[in-house]
Design a protein around this ligand. Structure first.
Ligand SMILES: N[C@@H](CCC(=O)N[C@@H](CS)C(=O)NCC(=O)O)C(=O)O
Length: 235
C-alpha cells in the first residue's frame, strides 16, 4: 500500500498520517506538490478523478480517496485502538461529530480558502472574494458553537474517547489557523481541547486516551445530553 499526500498544513493528508501514527503502521507517502499542480496531472487524475489528495493505492492497484474513507479502511484492517468507536452508540456519535466538523467547520473554511485567500491551493480557480470573506464569521460562529458543546466537560470531540472526530477537528482547526482563521479568544473550551491533544499529536500516540490503555469506556454523553440543553446551532 502507498499513500499519495502532501505535507502539512494540508489538512486531509494530515488526517491519514495522524491515523496511521495512532495505529502504529508504517506506510510510505508520496508527496504531490499542490502548489505546482502535481495533483492535477493525468497520472494523479487516473488515481483520483477529482485530482485531490490523499489517495491510498492498494497492492492490486485499487485506489481509495477521501481521508475518512481511507481511515475507515485502515481501521477495518487494524481495529486496535478503535478510532471509529467500539459500540454501536460510540460509532454513531463519532460519525455524527465527524460529519458535523466536515459540514459546519471544514466547508466554510474551505470556501474562505478557495475564494478569499491569496495563497489558495487552487490558483486556477476563479475567486469570488466577497463570498470567500463572508465565510469568516461563519467559521467563527462554528468554532464558538463547538466551544459551547465542549463546555459539557467531555474529554474529546465525540465523548470520552479519542477518535477520528478529534483527528478531523484538529487538522481542520489547525489549517484554519494557518490561513488566519484563529480560534476566537473566548472559546476557552475549544482551546483547552486543542492543548490537550498537543502531546498525543506530537508523539502520534493515543497516550491521552484512557480507552487505549485500559478497556474501552462507553461514552457518558447520553447522560450528559439528557441533562443539558443542546447548544444553539452555529448559524
Ligand atoms: N473530502 C476530501 C478532500 C480532499 C481535499 O480537498 N484535499 C486537498 C488537499 S488538503 C486537495 O487535494 N485540494 C486540491 C483540490 O481540491 O483541487 C478528503 O477528505 O480527502
Amino acid at each position: 500500500m502507498k499513500l499519495y499526500g502532501e505535507a502539512n498544513p494540508a489538512p486531509n493528508p494530515r488526517r491519514v498520517r495522524m491515523f496511521i501514527a495512532e495505529k502504529g503502521l508504517d506506510l510510505p507517502e508520496i508527496r504531490l506538490a499542490l502548489r505546482k499542480g502535481e495533483h492535477k496531472s493525468p497520472e494523479h487524475r487516473a488515481r483520483n478523478s477529482l485530482g485531490q489528495v490523499p489517495t491510498l493505492e492498494l497492492e492490486d492497484g485499487t485506489m481509495i480517496s477521501e481521508s475518512v474513507a481511507i481511515c475507515r479502511y485502515l481501521e477495518a484492517l487494524h481495529p486496535q485502538p478503535p478510532l471509529f468507536g467500539a459500540t454501536a452508540l460510540e460509532q454513531a456519535q463519532i460519525d455524527m461529530w465527524t460529519r458535523r466538523i466536515e459540514f459546519q467547520l471544514m466547508t466554510p473554511i474551505a470556501m474562505f480558502w478557495r475564494h478569499a485567500h491569496p495563497l489558495t491551493a487552487a490558483p486556477l480557480l476563479t475567486q469570488h472574494t466577497d463570498f470567500g470573506e463572508s465565510n469568516k464569521p461563519v467559521v467563527a460562529r462554528a468554532m464558538l458553537w463547538l466551544d459551547r458543546e465542549l463546555a459539557d466537560g467531555r474529554g474529546f470531540i465525540a465523548g470520552e474517547t479519542y477518535s477520528i472526530a478529534d483527528i478531523v477537528a484538529l487538522t481542520t482547526i489547525d489549517f484554519a489557523g494557518f490561513i488566519g482563521l484563529e480560534i476566537p479568544a473566548e472559546a476557552e473550551h475549544l482551546k483547552a481541547w486543542r492543548d490537550r491533544l498537543g502531546p498525543a499529536e506530537r508523539r502520534g500516540l493515543t497516550i491521552l486516551c484512557p480507552s487505549f490503555q485500559t478497556s474501552h469506556r462507553p461514552w457518558p454523553g447520553r447522560r450528559l445530553m439528557e441533562r443539558r440543553p443542546t447548544a444553539s446551532p452555529p448559524r
